[in-house]
Design a protein around this ligand. Structure first.
Ligand SMILES: NC(=O)c1ccc[n+]([C@@H]2O[C@H](COP(=O)([O-])OP(=O)(O)OC[C@H]3O[C@@H](n4cnc5c(N)ncnc54)[C@H](OP(=O)(O)O)[C@@H]3O)[C@@H](O)[C@H]2O)c1
Length: 318
């Protein structure tokens, strides 16, 4: 099968197209004919070696954490899928494998592809979409009528977060650069703050939940923008995050409506892909794919993602 591999940590030029043996699905696993793999910042962070103490990769390594395609074969014990089914799925990042014409995924990390979405759009649901959903629902405990602020509302996680928060009945404010103001408004944000002109932490507005999707701020800076009992959630733990999380947990034991600081690491839950799929089929969440590249241009895709200003998502087509 065709696959993009790296033989060691390094720059985007380490990504090369190769012929690799086809993976064999084990118990509870699916072999998927990949139609699209989305590019996430974690892919190039892994490539650079930023996560080497956590993931302990083996080389050659095939990057790629989320895919959409058709089931080609199922391993023993698989009950929810059969060959021919269209799916969207998380790929285990330690094992790797998304940037390939075929990939193995766990049945528990796969959901039916929503009918309303293309394969390219469906491939964006697992990591970016589920991060947004889990942050707002599980960590932020966002409720109908709440107010939410999302930093980076034009990005992969952020553009899902704005739409999911609106679907949950929240009033949404979001930050982005000047070229994305209209785009973020079109996602349903009631107020859009151009971060090059205004710093939301210096304004008087208060929120029930602040999702710092691009880790552009910090709990210390955002604390004054949270309502009592409000929650700050970040996708990247900065140096102060563990400290603030511990302090706020302790404060929460004695102060009934203490503000909370949370970091999340996305859970590979098929049910959450399915939840986003229902929102997509209802027309309430639409993944934006701003760039597609053929598989052999994965290096170009990484270079673009690393610039940090992609609108929505980048997708590789296998
Ligand atoms: N912990 C987890 O489980 C988890 C899961 C997913 C992602 N993440 C992390 O979360 C971060 C975001 O991921 P992503 O996929 O959303 O990244 P992304 O798609 O690459 O984000 C790009 C977006 O960031 C916006 N942006 C850049 N600087 C900004 C700023 N100062 N304020 C507001 N917006 C800004 C850009 O908008 P403009 O062009 O308008 O500036 C662009 O649209 C990454 O660091 C990623 O590794 C963590």
């Amino acid at each position: 099968m065709r696959a993009i591999v790296i033989d060691g940590y390094g720059g985007a030029d380490r990504l090369r197209l190769d012929e690799r043996p086809e993976p064999v699905p084990g118990p509870g696993e699916l072999l998927v004919d990949v139609r699209a793999a989305s590019v996430n910042p974690v892919d190039w962070k892994i490539r650079q070696g930023d996560l080497k103490l956590i993931l302990h990769l083996g080389f050659p390594y095939i990057p790629g954490g989320d895919i959409a395609g058709e089931v080609a074969a199922v391993g023993p014990g698989v009950t929810r899928f059969r060959p021919g089914d269209a799916v969207a799925a998380f790929v285990d990042l330690k094992r790797g494998g998304g940037y390939a014409s075929r990939a193995v995924v766990n049945e528990s990390a796969a959901a039916a592809k929503p009918d309303s979405l293309s394969f390219a759009q469906a491939a964006c649901l697992p990591i970016a979409g589920c991060t947004a959903l889990q942050a707002l629902r599980d960590h932020g405990r966002l409720l109908e009528g709440d107010s939410a602020l999302v930093t980076g509302g034009a990005g992969g996680v952020g553009h899902f977060a704005v739409q999911v928060a609106v679907a949950m009945g929240a009033t949404v404010t979001s930050t982005c650069g000047p070229s994305n103001v209209e785009f973020v408004r079109s996602l349903g944000a009631e107020r859009v703050i151009d971060y090059t002109r205004e710093d939301f932490t210096r304004l008087s507005d208060r929120y029930h939940v602040i999702l710092d999707a691009v880790a552009a701020s910090s709990f210390a800076a955002c604390r004054g923008s949270l309502n009592p009992g409000g929650t700050y959630i970040t996708t990247l733990p900065g140096p102060g995050m563990l400290f603030w999380s511990a302090v706020q947990t302790a404060v929460g034991l004695v102060v009934p409506r203490a503000r909370r600081a949370r970091f999340l690491w996305v859970k590979t839950e098929a049910a959450d892909i399915a939840t986003l799929g229902r929102l997509a089929d209802d027309g309430r969440v639409t993944p934006t794919v701003s760039h597609t590249f053929p598989l052999d241009q994965a290096a170009e895709a990484h270079r673009l993602s690393e610039q940090g200003h992609v609108r929505g998502k980048i997708v590789l087509e296998a």
